[in-house]
Ligand binder design. Structure first.
Ligand SMILES: Nc1ncnc2c1ncn2[C@@H]1O[C@H](COP(=O)(O)OP(=O)(O)OP(=O)(O)O)[C@@H](O)[C@H]1O
Ligand SMILES: [Mg+2]
Length: 353
């Protein structure tokens, strides 16, 4: 869903703001420390309950206050989404009714972020890349969330038994293998469907390179997960945790046949991360037929103007609702000012439209 109206209270340096948003493109312009990224964080908090910049609520709540509030009306049906967050409590309200699950907000607002640390998607831990894949599955594959939660619960139970050297650990293995195979085939299917989108963005953004994505499912090739778990049973008992399965999966990324995280410059990593996120957002629209939300913080960091323009072009094609930040008087701000968009000027946490 797109957001039509966004209200923010007591988030970082913003005491109070009400933004009337464009269904397509929203541009946020200001000096350093004005509050640009804070507006993007507001959208992320509303979707996921936390910000791409921090997990700590106390950093987010405006100094001297106890609670932050973010509200929005979203989608054609003008759903009212609200979140109140203090250090000790999160309260979610949807259309006036309190809701226990954070995922109820995320189901409606599918938010992806391109930010100055997006290169972590390439050089960061495998968990970053698994989160990328699982974000897509959570939104487009109806069954995924339930199976994923079941798998993780079973994994926790087995790991506790392994740690306690409890023989009962064996009774979780079959269930774990069954659910793990299911999650794996969903991940593989999802990635297969993304490949044409990857290729399409890659050919435009990095035409001179060969870029390959390979899913490593987290256990040995040519074996069932059950067989892999059985083979490692003694070692797992010794170590106290399950060493094989989709919790260890990774997406290996090869640029000209070499591992991207080993050979890519920071800028190249950012380009690959952009290709991945843009592809995912395009794939999202194709399946769901409604827009996701793309938060793009400081696109100019470490990318040439040519690359920024190419990414913008592909970004607009994704059909997402886009939020872009740019510094006052920057070239990016000039480009964005030319576009059909709602433009917000931020100064010391005050927002003018
Ligand atoms: N909890 C808080 N309470 C009050 N102010 C805060 C809090 N956390 C951060 N700030 C301040 O909020 C301001 C806005 O920060 P933000 O990161 O949104 O700026 P920005 O416009 O994105 O800047 P830049 O161009 O440097 O990225 C900063 O001055 C920061 O010091
Ligand atoms: Mg910023």
């Amino acid at each position: 869903m797109f957001i039509e109206r966004l209200s923010i209270k007591n988030l970082r340096n913003i005491s109070q703001a009400d933004l009337l948003l464009n269904k397509k493109t929203n541009v946020i312009i200001g000096e350093n420390a004005a509050g640009k990224t804070t507006i993007l964080e507001a959208v992320d908090i509303l979707s996921r309950g936390k910000s791409f910049r921090t997990n700590k609520t106390e950093s987010l709540v405006k100094k001297g206050n106890d609670e932050l509030y973010i509200g929005a009306t979203a989608g054609e049906k003008r759903k009212k989404l609200e979140i109140h967050k203090s250090k000790s409590k999160t309260k979610i309200v949807i259309d006036g009714k309190e809701e226990k699950r954070q995922s109820a907000l995320a189901e409606g607002l599918a938010v992806q972020v391109i930010h100055p640390n997006s290169h972590f998607l390439i050089e960061g831990a495998p968990a970053e890349r698994r989160a990328f894949i699982d974000w897509g599955l959570f939104h487009v594959e109806h069954q995924f969330r339930e199976e994923f939660l079941k798998y993780n619960k079973t994994l926790r139970q087995r790991n506790e038994a392994l740690k306690a050297k409890d023989k009962n650990q064996a009774k979780w293995m079959e269930e774990l293998a069954y659910l793990g195979e299911k999650i794996t085939s969903m991940r593989e299917g999802y990635l297969d469907a993304l490949m044409p989108h990857f290729a399409y963005s890659k050919d435009f953004i990095m035409p001179d390179y060969e870029l390959l994505f390979k899913y490593d499912r987290g256990w040995e090739k040519g074996k069932s997960l059950l067989a892999a778990l059985q083979d490692k049973e003694d070692i797992d008992l010794d170590r106290g945790y399950t060493s094989r399965g989709p919790q260890n999966a990774d997406l290996s990324i090869l640029l000209n046949n070499e591992e991207a995280h080993r050979i890519c410059s920071r800028g190249q990593q950012k380009l690959i991360a952009n290709i991945m996120l843009l592809s995912q957002s395009k794939g999202f629209f194709e399946v769901k037929k409604f827009p996701s939300i793309m938060l793009v913080d400081d696109l100019s960091a470490e990318l040439t103007l040519e690359m920024q323009e190419k990414i913008l072009e592909r970004l607009f094609e994704t059909k997402s609702q886009i939020f872009l930040t740019a510094l006052n008087d920057s070239v990016l701000a000039d480009i964005l000012n030319e576009m059909e968009a709602n433009v917000f000027h931020v100064e010391h946490g005050e927002i003018a439209q």
